[in-house]
Design a protein around this ligand. Structure first.
Ligand code: GTP
Length: 343
């Protein structure tokens, strides 16, 4: 459910972290800028001002819209790296500014993902070593032991963050699955449909073509349950869900009631949606469900409609059901579209 965000909670946590890191980085960069003006290092002061202003803008933008754009993240990572390097390069080693470099691996891991995060951490270690070696000439430092200790701590912070991040993503996926998937058929559930509905109704989406919806209901499913038993009914529902997913797409299929499915079709005209509904209807009619040595055939009725901007979720479901029951009333095993086919 990528458009429903791989994991809303994960995205929100990172967005909050990004927001406050942008604020902190922005303020630190501006403070450095003032110091550098005082020291008459105008070129560095200029760079600090740009970084500071940019990061404060990211903070303001995140606060106002709640959105974090990829370039905001990249620029934040660059700013933090630049500031940490700058302080490390100009200050006496004994002041311990190298400790600040230890925040880089976790930040890379969180914002760029475990793999890219590791690549960035290793890449950044090269100039860190270079600075350590060049600066140690003038210091009374146990260079190799310092490098070893620094590298140990540097990669340990990365590893802790990596393990936490990977576990967090796994847990999020499990939660995501539980929250948005129907446990019997593995199609998306009604909660997922509500989110899809909210996203499609988002005013920011008004330019996009409104999705077409197919509401599909098994004909006389009660008879199947009565004749073969509820368990076989469950198997048929699961297999039917797979069959629909095979003809459409995994992301588009929702189970919204007992034997009722909804399929969302984006970038599709009403006529194309009706064609797709007809293909599905025929495929299901021609399919034999082989369950425990029973060869069972079913048919479905399908109502086609368009999701209109501004329509509430309940009104939409009511209309969709009306559309479907037109199909049922016309004898079942048919596709019905209010505007195109009713005449
Ligand atoms: N096996 C199984 N049956 C279910 C499930 N959810 C709902 N049903 C059954 O689906 C049947 C729906 O029956 P009705 O609403 O009368 O509809 P129908 O028999 O399909 O008839 P029409 O829709 O009018 O063609 C009922 O027998 C429910 O018990 C489920 O999760 N598993």
């Amino acid at each position: 459910m990528h458009s429903i965000q791989t994991d809303i909670q994960l995205v929100k946590t990172k967005a909050a972290l990004h927001k406050y890191l942008s604020l902190t980085t922005g303020l630190i960069a501006l403070a450095f800028s003032v110091v550098n003006i005082y020291l008459q290092q105008y070129d560095i002061a200029c760079l600090d001002t740009v970084l500071g202003t940019l990061n404060l803008y990211f903070f303001w933008s995140a606060k106002r819209t709640g959105l974090v754009k990829p370039w905001h993240i990249n620029c934040l990572l660059l700013s933090i790296t630049a500031i940490a390097f700058y302080t490390f390069s100009i200050v006496d080693l004994r002041a311990g500014t190298s400790y600040w470099l230890l925040i880089l691996p976790p930040i890379y891991c969180i914002f760029s993902g475990p793999k890219k995060g590791l690549a960035y951490s290793v890449l950044v270690l090269i100039p860190i070593f270079y600075l350590f070696i060049t600066k140690s000439d003038t210091e009374n430092l146990f260079l190799y032991r310092s490098l070893l200790n620094f590298s140990g701590a540097y990669f340990l912070t990365y590893t802790i963050c990596y393990l936490y991040e990977v576990q967090y993503i796994k847990n999020s996926n499990v939660l995501h699955h539980m929250a948005y998937k129907d446990s019997l058929t593995n199609a998306r559930n009604r909660h997922a449909l509500e989110i899809f509905f909210r996203e499609s109704n988002n005013p920011g989406n008004s330019e996009a073509q409104q999705p077409q919806l197919l509401i599909l209901d098994i004909d006389y499913f009660k008879k199947i349950n009565d004749k073969f038993g509820h368990e076989i009914g469950d198997i048929i529902l699961t297999e039917l869900s797979q069959l629909i997913q095979k003809h459409t797409s995994k992301e588009n299929v929702y189970r919204i009631g007992g034997e009722e499915f909804l399929i969302t079709l984006k970038n599709t005209t009403p006529i194309e949606a009706c064609d797709m509904a007809e293909i599905l209807r025929e495929a299901i009619e021609g399919h034999v469900f082989e369950v425990e040595s029973n060869a069972i055939k079913i048919t479905v009725s399908i109502g086609v409609s368009e999701l209109k901007q501004g329509m509430s979720f309940n009104v939409f479901l009511r209309n969709a059901d009306k559309n479907l029951y037109h199909a049922k009333n016309q004898g079942r095993n048919i596709v019905h579209h209010d505007e195109l086919l009713a005449s």
